[in-house]
Design a protein around this ligand. Structure first.
Ligand code: ADP
Ligand code: MG
Length: 695
């Protein structure tokens, strides 16, 4: 058999992949078998043994095997399929909120099933929601897996089990085919003692027999190190290339915007902090040159970045150039829109709105106003950089809370300058405090401004750790706070790959809280709600018509309701500290003393205890970020995702920080001596984002 290059081998070569499946993979940026091999696990799960049902503990992930005693569709507030599973030691319930009729038929009484999932407390005792499962053939012993099971990022309609079996097929092909093409020159591989690429890929998808569950983070895993190195290198090269291209362009040299800015400041209810003044001056100096600005604005939650964005916008508008302000979520974008309208419309500035959900007629109008120049500031979500959006003369792009965006989305906006081939200036704002050296390495030395003080008059949020067993006390606290005119958040933090399950958890929590707090109005907001619905809820909460807002982490960024002074975060031990800090930043915005209750699940691990203690003892974002890096042990539930900077497939800025210097050296070597390797490396790891860098 002749060996084939996996790079050009289409996915349809795999058993079970047709055109529909191929399209789903495309959404994940996977179009060849080689791409699939570079689709790396998020983490691993232990399915090497079967747990007796009696031994299944609340909150644990377990693999169970038993007979289906009964299965029935239940009609409560939500239709669900419930199966009772029995083994020789006990019974447990499985619950499915989404199921096909084929699934329902297979999950029939008498079938033998093996399933894996998290044990929760449900309506009828211990339950597992949406377990991964397989129906076992009768009279056939199904062996358990010898090694840990890899869990992959997926997309709706592409199940974990399917993903795993396809990657397995791809790995089998890899055994027969040529190696995966190594883009790194030997010189670099030798200098930094990097492990072989093909071997690394095998090692990461199929952890060896004796590997620890935290295999991804294990010191003994040279494969993960190699891949992380390569990924960081690719990102750095991409940023370098982008920066170099960008520096060759011309931007409009903006004026100081004196009169407009004076009028704006005159209308403000407060004075700028010294730090806001300082960074505005730094940004202003950049904006006055004809080299496009590329600047990162860092400032802790609540430090007043929006105001700095407003001042920068006014410079552009006063100079006759438009501004695009982009936020990662609809809620945040809407809030910005409301703020900027309130600030700018009295000054006679036209503020437009565009999101993916804007209706056709309205959209057409906004696009026209953009093209004519009538719309001077456009606020919205990533819809701002779709192909059909053309500006008359875009002078400045502002991206808020940028870590939610991919690099590619930031980069594509710059080609929207419009007239005279000018490229807009860019300001990227983030509340994720990144130790400076890390930021520099990761962003290939972007310019950086830091707001290092909070506006005066803030009382630091008081944080308490309370165990879940004292839940009743916590609801009493909410009642008390709301009765005295305050408002509260209740944050559900289910870590699931699916928004659907998060939404369900929030709904269940809302029901139970509303039944305990009958005199209060409890509202709920989550990522799966329609934009108009979200808007209505947020308005209600702002007006005070809703006392308690149950939310998923969608409220993490930017939401600003000063009267909310109490926040309860469920299962905080599951979140990264940076994320907790963001969430907590939603309270403490008014003048009353605010409280944050971290309602943890017992027992707490040693590391978990330490991490939550950091939250109790500090409200300083930079300190918290440093502690997070230090304490981010292998036990980190979120694994490689929580870098706060960019999403990587395997690299983790915290864990891999010691590599950054080497990565920097390697990027010099590649750029100067092996420029032909740069493109393939970028397209392998940064994928589709690359097209924006090359244009
Ligand atoms: P973040 O940096 O988290 O985006 P915001 O821009 O949302 O912070 O500001 C947080 C709150 O602080 C807002 O309600 C804003 O109006 C207020 N604020 C901003 N600057 C000042 C200031 N100089 N003095 C007083 N309040 C301010
Ligand atoms: Mg903000």
């Amino acid at each position: 058999m002749t060996k084939q290059s996996l790079e050009s081998l289409p996915l349809t070569r795999l058993k079970g992949v047709g055109p529909a499946m191929e399209r789903k993979f495309r959404q994940l940026g996977i179009s060849s078998i080689e791409d699939l091999l570079f689709h790396l696990p998020l983490r691993y799960e232990d399915r090497t043994r079967i747990t007796a049902i009696r031994q299944a503990r609340l909150g644990e992930f377990v693999q169970l095997e038993g007979k289906i005693g009964s299965a029935s569709v239940q009609f409560g507030r939500r239709r669900s399929l419930q199966c009772v599973v029995v083994d020789s030691t006990g019974i447990i319930h499985l619950r499915f909120f989404h199921f096909s009729s084929a699934q329902k038929n297979a999950l029939a009484e008498g079938s033998r099933i093996r399933c894996y999932g998290e044990v929760r407390r449900g309506r009828s005792g211990l339950e597992i929601y949406h377990p991964e499962y397989s129906i076992l053939k009768t009279g056939h012993e199904e062996p358990v897996s010898d090694t840990f099971t890899a869990i992959y990022p997926t997309t709706e309609g592409l199940q974990q089990g399917r993903m795993r079996s396809l990657i397995n097929q791809a790995l089998n092909l890899l055994d027969q085919a040529e190696n995966v093409k190594d883009c790194l020159p030997d010189e670099v591989i030798k200098q930094f003692k990097l492990f072989g690429l093909t071997e690394s890929i095998k090692l990461i998808h199929r952890p060896p027999l004796d590997s620890p569950l935290e295999w991804m983070d294990a010191d003994a895993n040279p494969g993960a190190k190699r891949l992380a190195f390569e990924e960081l290198l690719a990102h750095r090269l991409c940023m370098r290339r982008f920066k170099a291209n960008y520096a060759q362009r011309r931007a409009p040299a903006l004026t100081e915007g004196g009169k407009l800015i004076k009028r704006f400041e005159g209308e403000l209810a407060f004075k700028l902090t010294a730090s806001q003044r300082q960074v505005s001056a730094e940004i202003g100096a950049d904006l006055m040159t004809s080299t496009p600005m590329l600047r990162l604005l860092q400032g802790d939650v609540g430090s007043g970045k929006t105001l700095v964005a407003a001042l920068s916008s006014l410079r552009s508008i006063a100079s006759g150039f438009q501004v695009a302000l982009m936020a990662p979520t609809e809620i945040l974008a809407e809030q910005h829109c409301a703020n900027f309208r309130a600030w700018f419309e009295p000054l006679g500035i036209k503020v437009g709105w565009l999101s993916g959900k804007t209706r056709a007629a309205e959209r057409k109008q906004v696009l026209q106003q953009l093209l004519s120049g009538e719309c001077q500031l456009l606020v919205g979500t990533h819809a701002l950089f779709q192909d059909q959006v053309h500006y008359k003369s875009l002078g400045l792009i502002i991206v808020d809370e940028q870590h939610r965006f991919g690099v590619h989305q930031r980069l594509s906006l710059r080609d929207k300058g419009g007239a005279d081939n000018l490229s807009p200036h860019q300001l990227v704002m983030t509340a994720t405090p990144i130790p400076r050296t890390l930021a520099m390495s990761a962003y290939a030395d972007l310019e950086c401004s830091v707001i290092n003080e909070l506006p005066p008059g803030r009382t630091p949020v008081n944080t308490a750790l309370i165990s879940n067993s004292r839940r009743a006390e916590v609801t009493d606290r909410i009642l008390e706070a709301c009765n005295s005119g305050q408002q509260a958040y209740w944050v559900c933090t289910l870590i699931e790959e699916s928004e659907q399950l998060q939404a369900q958890a929030a709904e269940a929590t809302k029901r139970s809280l509303q039944s305990k707090l009958q005199n209060l109005k409890v509202g709920m907001i989550h990522g799966r709600m329609k934009a108009a619905q979200k808007q209505e809820i947020m308005d209600g909460f702002k007006r005070g018509a809703i006392h308690l807002l149950v939310a998923t982490t969608v409220i993490e960024v930017g939401v600003d309701v000063p009267n909310a002074s109490l926040m309860v975060i469920e299962n905080p031990e599951r979140l990264g500290l940076a994320q907790l800090h963001q969430l907590r930043g939603r309270v403490g915005r008014g003048s009353t003393q605010s409280h944050c209750i971290l309602l943890y699940q017992t027992p707490l691990s040693e590391n978990g205890k330490k991490r939550l203690t950091v939250m109790r003892e500090s409200t300083d974002g930079f300190f918290i970020a440093e502690q997070d890096l230090e304490l981010r042990g292998p036990g980190q539930v979120l694994g490689t995702q929580q870098t706060g900077l960019m999403t990587f497939r395997i690299a983790d800025i915290g864990r891999d920080s010691s590599m950054l210097e080497d990565v920097k050296l390697a990027s010099e070597t590649l750029s100067t001596k092996y420029p032909e390797s740069v493109g393939p490396l970028i397209s392998r790891w940064v994928g589709e984002r690359v097209q924006f860098v090359n244009v």
